[in-house]
Design a protein around this ligand. Structure first.
Ligand code: PA5
Length: 329
């Protein structure tokens, strides 16, 4: 599975080959991006990238429930690697009912069929991967759709530069990932700490350690952390934890906030590993973090002797969910 992660620059090339092929015409009041798990994180990351770059609001839906404001003026993007995730199918069908302009990113499945039948713009991601491994392809797909729809957050050249940076950083990332895996390999609860607006990357790291390494992870995000969690660390019931803290070195405030967190954790006698994010631009930093924690989580799975690709309990839930969500396509 490490190979699949290390193949990301090529996966980005494949997505770039389709850049500009899919777009939605119109004027939009808002953008809603729907998806779950390894597909849902795309919405979170796009929202992070859009924060300082786009005046149109971006909402992320990780549920079958969509916001009441979804209308003809909404650009709704349904992202599901398999195309068979009940929450994303339900949300997308509800958006269509409300007249939203819908585009889809998927490798096929039910969502792919809905897109074909209704003539929806479709950015196809290659089949045969795991959703979480397809991250850079699906992300490039959504950025491309937005760019072609007059709502550019990151242009093709930013993605190309980020891809080149990732390629040259790969050996360093692999080395750092091994060290993170060794650090995380303990009986301690793993805490992933960062500063706003990077919470999407901490959630991505958490999910990677959940799914690939099969461990529970807590996410701490400054500055909100300083207004509640911090007190919980004064007298916790569970004192055995260790922290991976990452920050954007170009964000002076974010960096200082994480430094404060690190001093607090250390003051409680807990081990901390601090990581500055690398990357030639913001997309590059996103890819750096996603690859670093993805690889680390696979390496930790190796240390623990568990299969990183298997997600047995998600399968159990999806079987159950087929009797819960009702939709007709
Ligand atoms: O990484 C995974 O395998 C999961 O988090 C899936 O992404 C999640 O269950 C949703 O499935 P899909 O990405 O096919 O919509």
């Amino acid at each position: 599975m490490e190979e699949a992660y290390l193949n990301w620059p090529k996966l980005i090339d494949e997505a770039l080959a389709d850049w500009g092929s899919v777009g939605v015409r119109g004027e939009f009041d808002n953008i809603v991006i729907s998806g779950m798990g390894g597909s849902g994180i795309i919405g979170d990351v796009v929202k992070l990238l859009a924060l300082g770059r786009l005046s149109t609001p971006v909402e992320v839906v990780k549920s079958h429930v969509i916001p009441s404001y979804v209308s003809e003026e909404t650009l709704f993007i349904g992202v599901s690697y398999s195309g068979n995730t009940h929450e994303t199918i339900t949300a997308t069908l509800r958006a269509l009912e409300k007249g939203a302009r819908v585009a889809v990113v998927t490798s096929g499945g039910v969502l792919g069929r809905v897109a074909a039948e209704k003539g929806l713009p479709l950015f196809k991601t290659p089949s045969g991967l795991l959703p979480r491994v397809s991250f850079p392809h699906m992300l490039t797909g959504v950025l491309s759709i937005l760019d072609s729809s007059g709502l550019s957050i990151a242009g093709r050249s930013e993605v190309e530069h980020a891809r080149a940076g990732l390629e040259s950083d790969k050996p360093g990332i692999a080395g750092e990932a091994s060290e993170i895996a060794s650090f995380a390999y303990s009986g301690d609860l793993l805490v992933v700490a960062t500063h706003s607006p990077l919470e999407a990357l901490a959630v991505r790291a958490k999910s990677e350690f959940n799914e690939n390494s099969k461990i529970i992870v807590k996410v701490d995000v400054a500055p909100e952390w300083m207004h509640n969690d911090i007190v919980g660390y004064e007298r916790p019931l569970f004192t055995s934890y260790r922290v991976i803290a990452f920050y954007d070195p170009d964000d002076k405030v974010g960096r200082r906030l994480v430094e404060f967190m690190v001093e607090e954790y250390k003051g409680h006698g807990r081990p901390v590993r601090s990581i500055p994010l690398k990357g030639v631009n913001l997309v590059g930093k996103v890819l750096y973090a996603a690859l670093l924690f993805g690889l680390a989580s696979v390496k930790l799975a190796g240390l623990r002797g568990v299969d990183p690709s298997a997600t047995v309990s998600i399968g159990r839930y999806k079987k159950f969910a087929s009797g819960v969500f009702e939709y007709r396509v």
